[in-house]
Design a protein around this ligand. Structure first.
Ligand SMILES: [Fe+2]
Ligand SMILES: [Fe+2]
Length: 287
């Protein structure tokens, strides 16, 4: 038997984008698992509702060009990207089911994302679909980088719920250059990439606010501004996550931008150890 084949790591793992098979369990998680607050908890639920179908769209848009790109490294990175995003879809479905069991309309939100993305897949050429993925991967990378660094947010989250977000945040940064590099190699250009960021951002903002509103409406808290105010300040106000990511968001509009310019190597090494090291907090979740 060929020893090389037996010991060979998966392609993605060879380029530091290892697909990790995870199995999260939220059965013991509390209903309001972030700051014990409905506005703040449903903020993350609305975000998560975008992922199962959204990540499948990312995978399809990159997979379309899989056989057209050159370079063994990029091909291995694509394999890692597809493996990681597929697992994100699966585990966020589990997370969304946790909210669905509490009566939230997660299935309807998932269906609505699917309708929008199917429309885009039918109407847009593959290169523009990939450009949208590049834009959204920029969002996931910079939000994830912020989340890995934001100790104060980790303390506000239920430990079981925190795990899925830390894992996802780590992997978003591990593969953040892949869609961008594929897009560049298949002839994508600066003007198109920067231009696509505008409708992508508007659509993302609309979908997210619409989803969050529907989850809050389910709790009959949509217009309870007094109760929601701490959450609004936390996510959108001074010193918030939103405010912190704006400078990195705007970097995308520089003609020579590349995701690797946001250097997260040290941050990733630190979190790989914290999550998957000998005493890693995800050692029970990795299969
Ligand atoms: Fe992802
Ligand atoms: Fe991603």
């Amino acid at each position: 038997m060929n020893q090389n084949i037996v010991t060979r790591k998966p392609l993605g793992a060879q380029v530091n984008i290892p697909p990790r098979r995870m199995d999260f369990d939220f059965s013991k998680a509390p209903r309001n698992g972030y700051a014990n607050d409905e506005y703040m908890t449903t903020f993350w639920a609305a975000f998560s509702a975008l992922f199962p179908k959204g990540e499948s769209f990312f995978v399809e848009s990159v997979r379309h060009y899989r056989n057209q790109v050159s370079g063994d490294i990029l091909k291995a990175q694509i394999a890692g990207f597809i493996g990681q995003e597929a697992m994100h879809s699966k585990e966020h479905s589990t997370f969304n089911n946790f909210f669905a069991k509490q009566g939230y309309p997660m299935a309807q939100l998932d269906k609505d994302v699917g309708v929008l993305l199917l429309f885009l897949q039918k109407k847009l050429p593959p290169r523009l679909q990939l450009a949208i993925t590049v834009c959204l991967e920029h969002y996931t990378a910079i939000i994830a980088e912020y989340c890995l660094k934001a100790d104060h947010m980790h303390k506000m989250a239920d430990p079981e719920i925190l795990k899925i977000w830390l894992w996802h945040a780590l992997e978003e940064n591990e593969h953040k250059t892949v869609a961008f590099d594929v897009y560049e190699q298949i002839g994508g250009n600066y003007v198109e990439r920067a231009a696509m960021m505008i409708p992508t951002t508007l659509t993302l903002a609309f979908m997210f606010i619409w989803f969050h509103s529907r989850l809050l409406a389910h709790d009959k808290q949509l217009f309870n501004f007094r109760k929601n105010w701490p959450g609004i300040k936390h996510f959108w106000g001074k010193g918030s996550m939103f405010q912190n990511i704006v400078p990195q968001l705007l970097d995308f509009f520089k003609p020579n931008f590349h995701p690797s310019q946001h250097d997260t190597d040290a941050l990733l090494n630190e979190w790989r150890e914290k999550l998957f090291g000998e005493l890693g907090i995800l050692k029970d979740q990795i299969k």
